[in-house]
Ligand binder design. Structure first.
Ligand code: PMP
Length: 285
């Protein structure tokens, strides 16, 4: 019992799932997706992921093929059909199959695909010692708030990190910090947690929101405002956040130590609070 996926109304083994080559997801990258972490077989923040999915669909003018109750049922089913208590549920909707033409086809059914992978959070070593990142110019489009499957820009930027033996590529646009190739970025300076605002240049991360919620509840000093490249390079701490990385300290940027080159005090507090928060949410179910 493993690697069971959902495709257009049916569950099947992954290696039996097929889509036509004219799917607009394949031809144009014309679709959106979500990744929902699952802890102890419970989806974490599913309502928020479904809200972001709706925003992404609205952003590309594609109708939602299901309501939230149906999505919730399907997510529950795919979790149950796959192995592992902690999973990462990927779901994707494309504009369907049609003869190749840039303009939207009429009366075409969306393609809906879901799969489960094991949820792999950073190894203990990395949590304790932090990880290296590099930086690059953010050359992506101006709709980074849409969680589009057109991820070529993100893939190219992420590969730069891999080539350099780093975990992430931190991005600057017009002298300002935006995010990283597959995560949001926080900066700590003089005890203040700084976060770039949610706008069209960043993906509104679900983990970003959780981190800010925890920070405010625990009376961290928080400022949500634009952060310059110079401030980022002069930071005491840099964190990256995502559903799979959770909160991870960046301890070198482009080979130079961030602060004293060790995960900072605020990071260690936040990492522990994040783990407590997850456990609380799961216990309350
Ligand atoms: N920004 C980008 C570009 C991402 O790909 C991701 C991960 N999907 C994030 C931010 C973090 O979002 P989340 O916390 O919802 O995983």
């Amino acid at each position: 019992m493993s690697d069971i996926v959902y495709l257009n109304g049916a569950f099947m083994p992954l290696d039996e799932a097929r889509i036509p080559v004219l799917d607009r997801g394949f031809i144009f990258g014309d679709g959106v997706y979500e990744v929902v972490p699952v802890y102890s077989r419970h989806p974490f923040r599913l309502a928020e992921h479904l809200r972001r999915l709706q925003n992404s669909l609205d952003g590309i003018r594609l109708a939602n093929p299901m309501d939230d109750a149906a999505w919730t049922r399907l997510v529950g089913e795919i979790i149950a059909k796959n192995d592992g208590d902690d999973q990462s549920i990927y779901l994707q909707i494309t504009r369907g199959v049609a003869r190749r033409d840039h303009a939207f086809p009429k009366h075409v059914q969306q393609t809906v695909f879901m799969m489960s992978s094991p949820l792999t959070t950073p190894p203990r070593e990395q949590v304790e010692h932090g990880a290296p990142a590099i930086s690059a110019s953010d050359f992506r489009w101006l709709k980074c708030d849409v969680k589009s499957v057109s991820l070529l820009g993100n893939c190219l930027l992420r590969q730069l990190a891999v080539d350099a033996g780093a975990v992430e590529t931190i991005l600057f646009r017009d002298g300002k910090l935006t995010e990283a190739s597959a995560s949001n970025v926080f900066v700590v300076k003089n005890g203040v947690l700084l976060a770039p605002p949610k706008d069209n240049l960043v993906l509104p991360g679900i983990t970003y929101d959780v981190v800010l919620e925890i920070a405010r509840a625990r009376e961290f000093l928080v400022e949500v405002r634009s952060i310059s490249e110079a401030e980022t390079r002069d930071a005491d701490e840099i964190w990256v956040t995502s559903s799979t990385k959770e909160v991870l300290a960046i301890t070198t940027l482009d080979g130079k130590p961030v602060g004293d080159g060790k995960p900072g005090l605020l990071f260690r507090r936040m990492h522990a609070l994040y783990q407590d928060f997850k456990r609380e949410v799961m216990r309350a179910r």
